[in-house]
Ligand binder design. Sequence first.
Ligand code: NAD
Ligand code: MG
Length: 299
Amino acid sequence: MPADQYAYGDPTTRYPVISPPVQQQPEPGIQSDMTPVPDLGEDSYRGTGRLTGRKALITGADSGIGAAVAIAFAREGADVALSYLPEEQSDADHVIEQIEAAGRTAVAVPGDITDAEHCRALVDAAVEGLGGLDAIVNVAGKQVWQQSIEDISDEQFEATFKTNVFAPFWIIKAALPHLKPGSTIVNTASLEAYVPAPDRLDYASTKGAINNFSKGLAQQLISKGIRVNIVAPGPTWSVLQVTAGVDPETLPEFGKSESPIGRAGQPAELAPAYVFLTSAESSFVAGETLNVNGGMLTP
Ligand code: NAD
Ligand code: MG
């Protein structure tokens, strides 16, 4: 692990090449029970005031990429409203502790984002708790592997689309009246948006939809001074992988062969992309997909 995200060095060895043991948890999973526990940047992310005074709503903020983003945002000076499922409270408590240790406000809003009413209540709670809202970061996601299309139940197909596509739609729509010029939206796609794994048909197609939706929305909202961008992660070590996100037998090799860098990414390595797209530094960037995937080629 580097001293901080600015420490110069060889990216191939910057984080360890991990060989996780076969392990499985029921969805949504508890990150602190994983082997190894993903690196959220707790001991490395150094803020430099890039998001001073910003008020951000982050979904999936208890673990993995969303949690790393929440910690980074707080250390950059933002107050954060965190969305996650009630079962994930222990993971969320760890992130809230990190946000408060950075001297920022954390507003916890547990609940199920597959419910449109909850998405609207989530936005209201964020606005009330933070005293406004100027950054939306949709990171929550559902991914369950199935060998064949015949194994994907109607319920799974619908739940994956509701979590990954409908929820960002509901949240952005509810947040829009609160977003002043200068506000930002960052959605989370995936390499799977362009290179769908055959055993993740529902998941991969939601990621294509998110990428497409975000690019269209970016063109619509730029005239209001609101920038919409996308982060597309590649294989990143997170609890999503051990809650039937991938075939458990493949876990020891996770991330080693897909990406040219030869290792899985850590959530800590994704956070700076979200910081950049939310900060005013990216003022001329809209409708862009920032691929953070260890060197895999994208369209
Ligand atoms: P993660 O499991 O740590 O985070 C996903 C989060 O989604 C959960 O913590 C949970 O809070 C939230 N969530 C799921 N269903 C929900 C629901 N019904 N209501 C409320 N919250 C819900 O895993 P992660 O890998 O950090 O995933 C974050 C995002 O990154 C996802 O959108 C995922 O598709 C995307 N992504 C991950 C990878 C990877 O390799 N890990 C690769 C590409 C894209
Ligand atoms: Mg979680």
